[in-house]
Every structure is written in structure tokens, then in C-alpha cells.
Design a protein around this ligand. Sequence first.
Ligand code: FPP
Ligand code: MG
Ligand code: MG
Length: 362
Amino acid sequence: RTVHTTSLGNSILTRLKSSNLYDDIKKELFVSKSELKSLCDYYFDGKGKAFRPTIVVLMARACNSHSNRDGDLLPGQRSIAMISEMIHTASLVHDDVIDGSDKRRGKTTINEVWGERKVSQSRCPIHAKLLNCNMCNNVTTINEVWGERKAILAGDFILSAASMALARIGNNTVVSVLSQVMEDLVRGEFMQLGSKQNESERFKHYLEKTFKKTASLIANSCKAVSILVNSDPEVHEIAFQYGRNIGIAFQLVDDVLDFTACASQLGKPSATDLKLGLATGPVLFACQQFPELHGMIMRRFSSSGDVARAWQYVQESNGVDQTNYLAQHYCQEAVRQISLLRPSPERDALIRLTQTVLTRDR
Ligand code: FPP
Ligand code: MG
Ligand code: MG
């Protein structure tokens, strides 16, 4: 079979960004002009990778072609592309609070940002309790930290807007498929707070966590767009398995980049996982070569010098290569699954996307 060589994935991405995906998201986040609106809109500036909506649109078109329709998106499928980006962003807003992170997509995170706010009120916030402050002419700009509490509420608000858009699609199965994602995100994040004593259990725990925190959103969004066009459960399973496998590979590469890329490249802090107490793929593989890591993993790198020593062990081991190798294995499985659909330019773009996941550097 020939694989189309045009860069369809890239052109879908460009179209998504220049079309009105982000404008549509902002419309969903309808709140009259207020601070909450600025917070919620903050990351929908078209600067993200839009990885999830790109996969969702390609999968929708691949499933439409497979089902003998033209490739064009159904309205519900486009909504799912938008909803996947909203759920993802809401989870990142919360994640940055949990991780105490100060950079995301090259910007200061909501939990850390200093915002400017025009205040027009009878009680001047700067010159204290003066009513009708003549020093500020009753309208003033104050700097204030958005901070953690507002970040949590903004994440909740984005999630509620995503849920409304989901309900409007009017398909109960799709509602339940994407509600599963929200459960998985929370469970995945919760699993990350614990460590397993036994080494083989630890790896299983890591992969299950990786599915829940990252791959479930991609897998279930792919499944949802397939449900909207085809009633065959085998097609739903192919879509789900492609998303599951490419999603796990995506997170494995993310875990590698935490060790190999710099912050300016990533637009977020690097070398953070160990500091957060997390043992990801590279450390788990390194532990097979350097059993000294076991104790550090169990105490979540909390003793003085643990982070630096663990970092060194990872550099001396082949943990990074093995994690990349595992990501390749998941991508091969994603390709095997999607190849079960009838050929179409979109199916071939999904095949090529697996290479992009493996070679990305940000
Ligand atoms: C990023 O991981 C975080 C996630 C993929 C999921 C976060 C999920 C929650 C906080 C649960 C709440 C869920 C909802 C739906 C609001 P990371 O910290 O490893 O990656 P990073 O380096 O990009 O921060
Ligand atoms: Mg984080
Ligand atoms: Mg995190």
C-alpha cells in the first residue's frame, strides 16, 4: 500500500488553528467580560501543539472514509475535537497547581501569573479605605496574582463548558465515553501520588497511570468520533486502540524529554519529575541496572542529594533509550491497528503521525 506523502497532518493542524477552533472554544467559555473569562481564555491562544484535536479530526475523517462517506467532518465530530482540547487544557491548569509549575507553553502559569485588572469601585484598593478616592480618580489598575485558587476555579469552569458542549452533541454513548476520560484523568493523577514496592508491579502501575493520565483522552476521543459515524464495535475498538497506543507513546516521550530537553525548548520547566518525586520510564529502566535507585524511588527522592544522584544514574544507564524503544513499540501497535481501516489520506496521516510523536523535541 502506498502511504500518501503530503503532509496532511500539518495542513489539518494549520487549518484547525486558522479556522476557528480556538474562537469556538472561547465562545463556549462564555462569561461576560470578567476576570474569569481572561483566566479561561489564557491558553487558547493558538500557541499549543493542538495534538489532540489534530488526531481527532484525522481519525474522524479516516472513519468517515472507512464507512463510505466523504471525509467531511460531522458537526458532532468537530465538537469532540474542541472538547478534547478543552478537557486537556482544564487538566493542565489543575496539573500546574498540583506540580507547583510556573511555566506552560512559554507563558507564566495561571497559578503564578501577575494580572492587570482595572478596578472601578467606590472603595479604592490601593489607597485603602477611602471612598471615592480622588488620588485614583475612582478607576485604577491594580496588579494582582491570579494564583492557585483562581486557577482551580478556571480549570473547573473550562471543564463545565466542555461538559455542556458534550451534552449538546446529544449522544449518550459519547457522553459516557468522554466522562470516562474525566474519571481516568483524576485516577491517573492520583496513582502518580503513590509508589509500588515490587518492581514488576511498579512498571505495570506506571503504564496504567500513563494510560489514565494521558492516553485515555486520546483513545476515548478517537472512539467517540468513530461512534458518531459507524455502528460497528470493531471500528470503535480500532479507533480506541490507535489512540491508546499513540497516547502512551506520547507520554513516554514526554517522560524522556524531561531528562533530555531544556526548558526553553519545552516552554515549561524540564528536569522536574524527580523533584516532584516521580519515577518515570527512564528511572524505572535505570533501576534494573542500578538497584541503588530502588530506595530512592520508594522515598520519592526526598533525601538530600537523591535527585542529583538519581539523575546521574539515569544518564549512565540506558533508561532513556529503553523508554524510547518502548514508545516505538506502542507506535508500531498504533500503526497495526489503524492499518485495519480502509486506505485514505487521513489514515496514512495517522500512520505518519506516530513518527512525529517519536521524533518530537518539544
Ligand atoms: C500533565 O502531566 C497532566 C496530565 C496529563 C493530567 C492532569 C490531570 C489532573 C490534574 C486531574 C484533573 C482532571 C481534570 C479533568 C480537570 P505532567 O505533569 O507529567 O506534565 P507537564 O510536564 O506537562 O506538566
Ligand atoms: Mg506537570
Ligand atoms: Mg503533573
